[in-house]
Design a binder for this molecule. Structure first.
Ligand SMILES: [Zn+2]
Length: 629
């Protein structure tokens, strides 16, 4: 099977077939940086065209009692002739010393702090091209330290990081910009009962240290954007899923995690058949405790996942397809600046849907695409077709004006539309060469537009039909958008209408629906319902008992929007257990919008749950609850 499929796709992909299947001997040690105006990252203090970091070597100790990491970061630099200073990003690090390769102290200065960005750490390195920074990171926003009670096992503490977008500067002194790629290695010591994993390949078994700890070593020999350096440590175990795939989690969760992720190897094969070789060696994942703020994070060779995707029936594994696809779009070819975040997220969301189609079939893929289109429509209806934040390319720092609908969903629909117009075969060949020709490099909107014009568009007529520039640089939704099949949810929409018109419910149909269909149904229900109607829904469809967190979330949101008291305890339980920002923030928002009733509840719950959330989730909810704290 595998052989046949690979042979078939090779005929479409030409060059990609010559590349070795795993690993990539051609990965450059030193990746280029871009020098165009649209590639200037306003979120970093670094001046990479003057002097930049090309390799980071960490030697750090994890102190769970004090919740801090300390040790050294040795940086290899390259610089223009005559340049004697290098500027790094530093957000709250306590710097003890900076020395050169011979241990000679170097002068350094920490500049003024800019909110949300940290401060420049300027090192006068003279002609030294290797510097070592000794430092401690306490209270790092990237790191969440969990007490034993916050884990499933309840016996050991836990640590995980979330670096994207600009948080890694709170625990690693380097140039923290997606356009400045670096190779890295690390030696991490941790209490002996804990296991450490990172987003680099493990270099053999841990070694016992003199002070009763264990030291773990890792290496990433391909240049990556530094937001992709990630760490997790806890009482975790590993289960193999396939020849190059496996999953880590706490022992209590490992079987459920492995069962849910059983299709991973198939997904890697599907992704390779679509767009060329997986270049990172292994593809492992770690299922984190429920406070992880995102659905997933595409840390190379070690995707970080929320446990909330585990539904027991693989219905939410589109998330895994998404993180896997980032191994091409995002990790291999990376947005040079966050204002071009759609290059990471939109291309990945499109790619995700293609993997889902390959592994689970056309119907599920079309339904998931239809949910994504509804997200675009709802967002545009809310913020307006002319809102500048609805262009794929934004001059801003990729802020959160429009949530996920633009970078993710509009980005995916752009590629879906292009595919529809030029045909799948030509489109796939184009996207494959885009990944190949920009592998291990940063990219901008202007670059992908030029590449499409050069390598995809056949003639003027086709150029007109594609509306490429409009898609990338104009707000709203271009008229040529290839909409989802209106039949994708025809039966479900009819069922929602039957409920809206005369409160008819077909429990049996609900029982047979896919998760996408159930989500669609819940989203299409009337927004105003009374207590009796909500009680009827809950009883018939057992919504409060749902094991599917996407469905449960939609139900809780609907219930809170109608001030349905009976479901407040279930909402509180959910918010206490789960820290995923996608669920937590809208639930607090919905409560807050209810005036005194909901604000009292939200304030009471948040006082209890805030400390258990990662800083990313805290930041989002703090904004919602402004004035309440
Ligand atoms: Zn993503």
């Amino acid at each position: 099977m595998r052989f046949l499929a690979t042979a078939l796709s090779c005929s479409l992909m030409l060059a990609a077939c010559d590349v070795p299947e795993t690993g990539d001997a051609d990965a450059p040690k030193v990746a280029p940086v871009l020098d165009t105006a649209d590639a200037v990252d306003t979120q970093t203090f670094a001046k990479p065209l003057e002097a930049r970091v090309v390799n980071v070597d960490l030697d750090l100790d994890l102190d769970f009692a004090a919740k801090k990491v300390s040790g050294t970061a040795m940086l290899d630099l390259i610089a223009k002739p005559g340049v004697e200073q290098v500027i790094l990003d530093d957000d709250g690090l306590e710097i003890e010393s900076v020395t050169d390769g011979e241990g000679k102290p170097l002068e350094y200065e920490v500049g003024e702090v800019v909110e949300g960005k940290g401060a420049p750490l300027t090192v006068t390195m003279g002609d030294a091209r290797e510097i070592t920074i000794a430092y401690t990171a306490s209270d790092a926003a990237a790191l969440q330290w969990l007490s034993p009670e916050q884990t499933a096992g309840g016996k050991h503490p836990y640590l995980f990081s979330q670096g994207q977008a600009t948080l890694n500067r709170t625990w690693i002194p380097t140039q923290d910009s997606p356009g400045i790629r670096q190779t890295w290695s690390a030696r991490i010591t941790a209490p002996e009962e804990l296991t450490v994993v990172m987003s680099g390949l493990s270099q053999g078994d841990p070694e016992a240290t003199d002070d009763g700890k264990r030291a773990f070593t890792f290496e990433m020999d391909k240049p990556v954007a530094p937001y992709l350096i990630a760490i997790a440590a806890g009482d975790i175990v590993f289960k193999e899923l396939g020849p190059r795939t496996g999953v880590w989690s706490e022992p209590a969760m490992i079987d459920a995690a492995a069962a849910e992720l059983a299709d991973t190897e198939k997904m890697v094969e599907a992704a390779e058949e679509l767009y060329g070789p997986y270049r990172w060696g292994r593809y492992d994942m770690i299922v984190l405790p429920p406070s992880f703020p995102y659905g997933g994070m595409e840390n190379p060779v070690m995707t970080f996942l929320t446990p909330t995707f585990i539904a027991g029936d693989k219905s939410l594994t589109g998330l895994v397809a998404h993180e896997l696809a980032h191994s091409w779009s995002g990790n291999l070819v990376t947005n040079a600046v966050w204002g071009d975040g759609w290059l990471n997220e939109g291309v990945t969301s499109y790619f995700e849907n293609r993997i889902v189609e390959q592994v689970y079939g056309k119907q599920r893929a079309e339904q998931e695409a239809a949910l994504s289109f509804a997200n675009i429509e709802n967002t545009l209806a809310e913020v307006g077709m002319d809102a500048p934040g609805t262009a794929l390319h934004t001059d801003s720092d990729g802020g959160e004006l429009v949530g996920s609908a633009i970078a993710y969903d509009k980005g995916a629909y752009f590629l879906r539309t292009v595919e529809h117009i030029v045909g799948r075969q030509r489109f796939d060949a184009w996207l494959t060469q885009w990944f190949d020709n920009h592998a291990f490099q940063p990219a901008t909107s202007a670059m992908i537009l030029a590449d499409m014009q050069e390598n995809l568009v056949r003639d003027e007529e086709e150029a007109k039909a594609l509306m490429l520039r409009e898609w990338i640089f104009e707000p709203g939704l271009p008229s040529n958008v290839y909409k989802p099949d209106p039949k994708a949810f025809a039966a479900v929409d009819a069922a929602a209408k039957a409920f809206a018109d005369n409160r008819q419910l077909d429990e049996k149909a609900w029982g047979n629906w896919t998760s996408a269909e159930r989500q669609r149904f819940l989203a299409k229900l009337p927004r105003k319902l009374d207590n009796a109607e909500l009680a009827g829904l809950d009883e018939a469809l057992r919504l409060s008992d749902s094991k599917n967190n996407e469905e449960l979330f939609l139900w809780l949101e609907l219930a809170m929007a109608n001030q349905y008291e009976a479901v407040v305890p279930r909402t509180e339980q959910f918010l206490t257990h789960v820290g995923r920002a996608k669920f937590v923030r809208p639930l607090f928002t919905t409560l807050w919008e209810q005036g005194a009733w909901g604000q009292t509840i939200a304030t009471r719950i948040y006082a209890k749950t805030r400390a258990g959330y990662h800083s990313v989730t805290q930041g989002g909810v703090d904004k919602v609850m402004q004035g309440a704290r």
